[in-house]
Design a protein. Structure first.
Ligand SMILES: Cc1ncc(COP(=O)(O)O)c(C=O)c1O
Length: 469
């Protein structure tokens, strides 16, 4: 090790690289037997984490410690019985691609500085464009995830529809099922809370188009400027897909922008069932789609696609004097397509994964998620005192234990407690959410390594906890 140069010797790099691979492979081999969740107290962790080293120490010791003492205490979102939120499945090929890119510290801001990486990102943007059915003039950019994808698209929508001076009168519409990152993004790009309309969703948890039209007309009559509808292509709660085709028509007739948050669900367009469920997605003005969700990439792999790709640089292009020499190649500079200048090579993990497993591998894995949610629904229908709140939809099913005679309040408490006890037990991870004020449990079954038995066992355990509470 040469501490002053912040570098390891070649032998140390090789040996520690083997150590790191061994740690990850051992983890992946034993994942099914590991708890899906381990938690330590603040005090325990502060002693486990230790102090920051002044003079450095051997890397193999540090990696071992990181794995055993730090990475151990967390949820394991790739665990086959982790069914909460959106499981973060990841994949080893993608992780190695990240290592390759970070090992060489690739900067992916401009064509001149990264023509190879830029070409890969362009190829994948074109591929994702075709997956969702956007026209050839569509463009996009890889970002850290759905939150920044939504932010990026909404900034373009703001500039395109409202221009420089129209922001104060602009109004954005969405349903109460829309992910919180959308409201946060709108606040960040300058919309006040009073400019954000969250409409009550219907019984199917989709935005009611007639009511939306009335709201738009009312706002316009009051001198406001309805500018954007944010629709869902798979809500986080239930997997509901808003009526995208009707919304696209409404937006086109009203001079508004349709942004579709498909961070979770848009990837399902890769398979027939998903494409049918996402009817109208191709009519949007912009779409957020996260490969780190239903395309099984390690975290920090999101993507935003814009129907008229040329609008992205209209919002984000900057050319300071210190970038003059490297910015004028005439090719795409991805730093002009989003909020980041220094960008890691996020697209490589998706490219490597697709090369290794093939598009068909990804498609089959997505279809498995649809199938498992139906397995969950069928199992629940056979369980006395359990009700399905929303049937299997885009890989998500919501349900609750609701025996006759139990009050709504008791039902909420029992279901929340059931999820928590199950998750703290470590066998898997399931948490509650609320739908129209009612607490439900929820399973998102997109992990291709989850089996039918994992789903059934999880439900059996939830049943045994709930009935004993
Ligand atoms: C529908 C939806 N949109 C946006 C997000 C935010 O994505 P990220 O956490 O990658 O920023 C999520 C996260 O689960 C989501 O489910």
């Amino acid at each position: 090790m040469n501490a002053r140069e912040f570098s390891l010797t070649a032998d140390e790099m090789r040996a520690s690289g083997h150590d790191a691979v061994e740690l990850v492979v051992r983890f992946l081999e034993s994942l099914r037997e590991l708890p899906a969740f381990e938690l330590a107290s603040h005090e325990e962790l502060s002693s486990l984490v230790g102090t920051i080293s002044e003079h450095g120490r051997p890397i193999s010791e540090v990696l071992q410690e990181a794995s055993e003492k730090i990475l151990r205490y967390r949820v394991r979102p790739s665990h086959p019985r982790f069914f909460a939120f959106v499981p973060g499945v990841g994949n080893y090929a993608g992780a190695l691609a990240d290592f390759l890119a970070h090992g060489q510290n690739v900067f992916t801001g401009s064509w001149m500085e990264a023509s190879g990486p830029t070409m890969v990102e362009m190829q994948l943007i074109d591929w994702l464009r075709d997956v969702i059915g956007f026209p050839v003039e569509a463009g996009g950019v890889f970002v850290s995830g759905g939150s920044i994808a939504n932010l990026t698209a909404l900034a373009v929508a703001r500039d395109t529809i409202l221009g420089e001076d129209g922001l104060s009168r602009g109004v954005v519409y969405m349903s109460d099922q829309t992910h919180s990152s959308v409201e946060r993004a709108l606040r960040l790009i300058g919309f006040a809370r009073r400019q954000i309309r969250k409409l009550a969703s219907g019984d199917d948890f989709r935005i009611p188009v007639d009511h939306l039209r009335e709201c738009i007309d009312r706002d316009r009559a009051e001198g406001l400027r309805p500018c954007c509808v944010v629709a869902n292509a798979g809500t986080t709660n239930t997997g509901a897909v808003d009526p995208l085709r009707s919304l696209a028509l409404l937006c086109r007739q009203s001079g508004m922008w349709l942004h579709v948050d498909g961070a979770y669900g848009a990837a399902a367009a890769l398979c027939d069932e998903g494409r049918a469920a996402l009817d109208g997605l191709d009519q949007a003005d912009s779409v957020a789609l996260d490969p780190h969700k239903w395309m099984f990439q390690p975290f920090a792999c999101g993507c935003v696609l814009v129907r008229k790709g040329a609008l992205l640089p209209r919002t984000f292009h900057m050319r300071p004097e210190y970038l003059e020499d490297v910015g004028g190649s005439g090719e795409i500079n991805f730093w002009d397509y989003g909020p980041e200048l220094t960008r890691p090579f996020r697209a490589l993990k998706l490219w490597v994964s697709l090369q290794v497993f093939g598009v068909s591998g990804c498609r089959d894995a997505i279809e498995h998620g649809f199938h498992l949610s139906r397995v969950a629904e069928d199992a629940l229908r056979a369980m006395p005192d359990w009700e399905i709140r929303t049937p299997a939809q885009m890989g998500i099913v919501t349900f609750r234990y609701a025996p006759a005679g139990m009050s709504e309040e008791q039902i909420s408490d029992v279901n929340r407690e059931t999820g928590l006890r199950f998750s703290h037990g470590g066998h898997g991870f399931v948490v509650s959410t609320a739908l129209k004020g009612r607490t439900v449990l929820r399973m998102c079954t997109i992990n291709p390594q989850s089996t039918e038995d994992d789903v059934r066992e999880t439900l059996a355990m939830l049943n045994s906890i709930a009935t004993q509470l």
